[in-house]
Design a protein around this ligand. Structure first.
Ligand SMILES: NC(=O)c1ccc[n+]([C@@H]2O[C@H](COP(=O)([O-])OP(=O)(O)OC[C@H]3O[C@@H](n4cnc5c(N)ncnc54)[C@H](OP(=O)(O)O)[C@@H]3O)[C@@H](O)[C@H]2O)c1
Length: 243
């Protein structure tokens, strides 16, 4: 919605076509500025074809927002291995697959911007999010490497680390057996509005920030990890499980 306000030409992608259509209608953008392109980031073989569809309509790809993600609510001791595979497939391999599908176009253009949604959980590990935290940490390794490789080609990488943002993310969280958690968590409910988060993300993109932290006091965890890691470890160990 923030990009639409700026008159950007948009490709809207996720799995649920009805949701994409709802958002597309809400943008108020003309058809010439919109492409609804349903996709699943785990269908990696199809992604190059989707890129061609975008190029056929718009002729170029300036930015790609690697934002698809699912989270988890389960302890390591009770979690099925398949849950870890699923979290890595969507949050990590999905982002890599889409990046590799788009990269040749951006290299040929000698320009482009990858905007990667990590998390505060990409910087610290917390209870009941072991696979989610691992997938987000992995994004930093991959995209820091990519940035180093493509900076000289005019390509940018911004890694976004939000804290608690008010979205329905906990509803679709995986439980220990890979089922739907289906509840709203208080922290997300009381978190920053998604629109405010989006505005801050776009500001970071406009100024070509390499990494940006967006949220409230939970961001302190990132700085404690860097400067007082033992203190953070004690805090996280003693913290009751979130709801
Ligand atoms: N909310 C927070 O507090 C918070 C904090 C830090 C980071 N984040 C990150 O922010 C990103 C967006 O999450 P959100 O909070 O906005 O939650 P959300 O409302 O649940 O959004 C997740 C989005 O990912 C899409 N998605 C999920 N699986 C997909 C797949 N296999 N292929 C394509 N699209 C897929 C979903 O659409 P479909 O279901 O239609 O596919 C949905 O649009 C995630 O990466 C999340 O980890 C969120």
């Amino acid at each position: 919605m923030e990009l639409a306000r700026q008159g950007t030409r948009l490709v809207l992608s996720a799995r649920r076509l009805d949701e994409l259509q709802r958002v597309a209608a809400a943008t108020g953008l003309p058809d010439s500025h919109l492409l609804i392109l349903p996709l699943d980031v785990t269908d990696e073989a199809l992604l190059p074809t989707h890129v061609q569809t975008v190029l056929a309509q718009f002729g170029q790809i300036d930015s790609v927002f690697l934002n698809a993600g699912i989270t988890q609510r389960s302890f390591v001791s009770e979690t099925d291995f398949a849950v870890y595979r699923r979290l890595m497939d969507v949050n990590f391999f999905g982002a890599i697959a889409l990046t590799q599908a788009v990269l040749p176009t951006m290299l040929a253009q000698k320009g482009g911007h990858f905007v990667v949604t990590s998390s505060v959980s990409g910087k610290i590990g917390v209870k009941q999010r072991s696979g989610y935290c691992a997938s987000k940490h992995a994004l930093h390794g991959f995209f820091d490497s990519l940035r180093a490789e493509v900076a000289s080609e005019g390509l940018n990488v911004t890694i976004v680390c939000p804290g608690y943002i008010k979205t329905p993310i906990s509803q679709s969280a995986l439980d220990a057996q890979g089922g739907r958690y289906g509840k709203s968590d208080t922290h997300q409910e009381q978190g920053m509005a998604a629109g405010e988060c989006a505005r801050r993300i776009l500001k970071a993109v406009a100024t070509k920030r390499e990494e940006v932290y967006i949220g409230g006091t939970e961001l302190l965890g990132i700085y404690l990890k860097r400067f007082l890691p033992s203190l953070l470890s004690r805090i996280l160990r003693n913290r009751s499980v979130e709801a």
